[in-house]
Design a protein around this ligand. Sequence first.
Ligand code: KIV
Ligand code: ZN
Length: 515
Amino acid sequence: MDEVDVRIFDTTLRDGEQSPGISLNLREKVEIAEQLARLGVDIIEAGFPIASDGETEAVQAIAKVVEGPVVAGLARCDAGDIDRAAEALAPAARPRIHTFIATSDIHMKAKLKMAPAEVVAAASAGVARARHHVPDVEFSCEDATRSNPEFLVEVFRAAVGAGATTLNVPDTVGYALPEEFAALIAYLREEVGDYVVWSVHTHDDLGLAVANALAGVGAGARQVEVAVNGIGERAGNCSLEEIVMALKTRMASRGVTTGAVTQEISRTSRLVSRLTGYPVPPNKAIVGANAFAHEAGIHQHGVMMDRTTYEIMDPLDVGLEGSRIVLGKHSGRHAFVKALEELGFSLDKEEIAKAFARFKAMADRKIRITDIDLEAIVVDEMATEGSDYELVAIQVAGGTHLSPTATVRLQREGELIDESAIGDGMIDAACGAIQRATGVEARLESFTVSSVTGGIDALGDVTIVLATGGREGPVRRATGRGVSTDVVEASARAYLSAANRLVHLGSMRSTAEVV
Ligand code: KIV
Ligand code: ZN
């Protein structure tokens, strides 16, 4: 049997980051990129450099530190975009420029205002310019599944002629059905040829992103474009964990392999969820809390007799080992740093000092601290890095006969800001005090509370979505997440994190606005 290696092209940091409310800082992006490298993805799409200076810096930083995977940067078929991508990717050991142009009638007419012949010329010129900078060039026809197939052949042939090494077929609006997508890939391979790698990029508008990607692989695609937890524009992208486990579970017998280290899947999912503020639904395939839980008595009985009665995958294969107790109140700095290293975090001195202070405060209130708790506070701390406002202290008072009151102390550029507010409850009061202290006027769009691990002393885990704008300008959304043994403090941290992101969004154009 021939071995068929399918490359994993991860776009969590580009398409994934285009999800509403997500705005990752440079430190967070680098942490995710390093974890993606541990997960063994082949290509990391680190961002869209032309979108902003911050985006260029993030791509540059990832290109500098990531070892192993190819690092890609997105660019429209436009000289400015391509040159900026090349500049951002300059430090990468293995850079790739991913350039694209829309090819459907609706996109060419309504968005690009270009005739088909102009699109062919732009694709060819864009790829040639990218090839002038780097040997590895990917070309995509945006909205390929709603484009005329004969026109796709013409554009892809022009891209190959100009030096493209990977051809990507995006189902940009998640419109395709698996059998028609497979037929399209087969047709394109037949007409354009197989001296390039064919890639599929699928969106989940009809819940078919993974099915379409699988159909694409069945038809000869050798690269799948994915995002961790399936995040991305609108309903999201093909989920990394789902396609990787589908290929491993069902297509290994046909010789299909990937380089993914599947045992890193759970950790990657938790990291991305925590940093993006996008919680993973409990019933989500592979990484949801219930993905390996058995509720019905008959199922529990079966699994006790033989796990495979109701489990098609081994939870250990996706890195679900349960939480381990690693530290407690008496653990010192040395044990703390060692535990962090075992979890794969490499923090600098200042970051260790901050995380250790947070750990000590937590250890006073929580007896058993597991690896997952530790991961949560370190990532929570990381999310505040480079933020305008930092939470220094919070005090709340309330009860059945007292108006709930909160006082917060924030720090901004070394200056302390104290504010108080009365609210409907203590969480409302704490958020009100932060709103006053930051001056960020925003609507609370959603508030969710869960716990990091089980048990009465579990860390509270709060996710808040704030929004501004609407009537006159564009709506800006920001998601914030915070953890603490105290749910009011966790809420204050989440609120402040979202407010900080809104401040940041106000000072830059988002990737989504550019594409
Ligand atoms: O969905 C899409 O078409 C994209 C392209 C830029 C590849 O994300
Ligand atoms: Zn996309």
